[in-house]
Design a binder for this molecule. Structure first.
Ligand code: GLN
Length: 467
């Protein structure tokens, strides 16, 4: 059978009995079996659970017909979870040897919400260990390859989730974005990736990286699909006190999109630049006003991020002491150790004021920049990454170069604002290109509206990396 490419096609196929949910699971697993040896996007498959859930889906459709979808908006939708999401009874490793044999006794809120909405869990995806990285190469279980060209990285840290969608191993996937880990791999793999406003999707049950920066988000082939998933995962959770319900945001007036000059930096690949400008012109053609803006503190975002983030990483990883669960600390890889060292250094007596406190002050400046900008415009368009996907091994030995891959994504995390990465085409080398839209906190509805407008205007059709 031909696997459908969107939630709508999947659910229409199920209603019209073109295929059953069990057949759908068969088809995805067959593709994974055939191709994932090369790509390495899954760490654990949950075949048994997937078939149980699929049978349940088929039963519901049999009993209730179309009405089954009203109660379960994601009925029959196959999902893969980044291996940072706790899944009850299913191994969860954070792609680290420390948790190689860890089987959680409960599921993350997001996992549970997706299952309650009728989604079918296919397995757990590879990532940089503890989500530390921008290429997938920091996984303790081997790198994931970019399905478009296997000598290139898929981006990171949610490497397996992004690769799995573009290779059609799953319809949707979850990820976390602490400094770009959803938007950048989505961009490198030619799919849609969404990082919500900080605190809109519950983090309960998701292994923490840097708690003031982490957001939980989603991958899919279209903006419409990612929005549908977000509708299910967002909102208050009694187990996560930082979660806020989305406030509906203003303006029916003419939408304005800002083009921030600081994001068109030296070293920006010319094809990336061209594709972002072309996307901006598409919006203009639809009557949206483009406004040149400035976010003057952008250049400090990466420095702030690489102080605040390791500080929080060092404190969050303190709990993996090899006593209650997991292996002992010798099992941590080099990158985690590097971040623990950096983090403890910037927090230590004598250095705290010079680094951590100073970074928090600059963080306020970056937040103010965005607040000023969003008084003038409804959204900001920018590149996601300075270049398209880079080659495996190209930056792996040079942590600083790898950290600089986050230079255009980290500011959104520092400010807690949402970002939507959208594919726009391919480079001359055949690697995916795209752009991101950022908005004020809680402006998700505007970002989705704009993203859908773009995809509608260009007649976007989901593309799979290989057949
Ligand atoms: N590349 C960034 C880092 O290494 C982002 C990681 C993330 O968002 N989880 O920290």
């Amino acid at each position: 059978m031909e696997i459908p490419l969107t939630i709508k096609e999947t659910q229409e196929g199920l209603i019209k009995k073109k295929f059953s949910a069990v057949q759908l699971v068969d088809a995805y697993l067959a593709r994974i079996e055939k191709f994932d040896k090369d790509i390495n996007s899954f760490l654990t498959l949950s075949e048994e659970m997937a078939y149980l859930q699929a049978k349940e889906v088929d039963k519901k459709i049999e009993e209730l017909g179309e009405a089954a979808f009203d109660k379960n908006p994601l009925l029959g939708v196959v999902v893969a979870h980044k291996d940072l999401f706790l899944t009850k009874g299913l191994r969860t490793t954070a792609a680290s040897k420390v948790l190689e044999n860890f089987v959680p006794v409960y599921s993350a809120t997001v996992v549970k919400r997706l299952e309650d909405a009728g989604a079918i869990t296919l397995g757990k995806t590879n990532c940089d260990a503890w989500a530390h990285g921008a290429s997938g190469e920091n996984s303790d279980f081997g790198s994931t390859k970019n399905p478009w060209q296997k000598e290139y990285v898929p981006g990171g840290s949610s490497s397996g989730s992004a690769a799995a969608i573009s290779a059609q191993f799953s319809l949707i996937a979850t990820g976390t974005d602490t400094g770009g880990s959803i938007r950048q791999p989505a961009n490198f793999c030619g799919i849609v990736g969404f990082k919500p406003t900080y605190g809109v999707v519950p983090r309960y049950g998701v292994i923490a990286m840097a708690s003031s920066l982490d957001s939980v988000g989603h991958f899919g082939m279209t903006v419409d699909d990612v929005e549908k998933v977000f509708e299910v995962t967002k909102g208050e959770d009694e187990r996560d006190s930082t979660v806020k319900n989305i406030r509906s945001n203003k303006s029916n007036s003419k939408i304005k999109i800002g083009i921030p000059k600081e994001y068109f930096i030296k070293g920006l690949d010319s094809e990336v630049e061209k594709s972002v400008k072309e996307a901006a012109d598409i919006f203009k053609s639809q009557g949206i006003e483009l406004v040149n803006i400035s976010l003057p503190h952008t250049k400090y975002a990466i420095s702030v991020y690489y102080i605040v983030q390791p500080a929080e990483v060092s404190s969050n990883l303190g709990r993996y002491d090899g006593i209650r669960y997991g292996k002992n600390r010798d099992s941590f890889g080099d990158e985690a150790k590097r971040r623990i060292m950096l983090g403890t250094y910037v927090l230590s007596a004598g250095y705290y004021d010079a680094y951590y406190l100073k970074a928090q002050k600059v963080r306020s400046k970056i937040i103010e920049d965005f607040e000023d900008a969003f008084n003038k415009v409804d959204a900001i368009i920018a590149p996601v990454s300075p270049t398209p996907a880079f080659k495996l091994g190209e930056k792996a030995e040079d942590p600083l170069q790898m950290y600089l891959a986050d230079v255009l994504t980290a500011a959104a995390n520092v400010a807690g604002i949402p970002g939507l990465a959208i594919p726009s085409g391919f480079s001359s080398k055949g690697l995916p290109l795209g752009f991101q839209l950022m908005g004020a906190r809680f402006s998700e509805p505007t970002l989705f509206k704009l993203g859908k407008l773009y995809q509608r205007t260009v007649g976007w059709k989901p593309k799979i990396a290989f057949q």
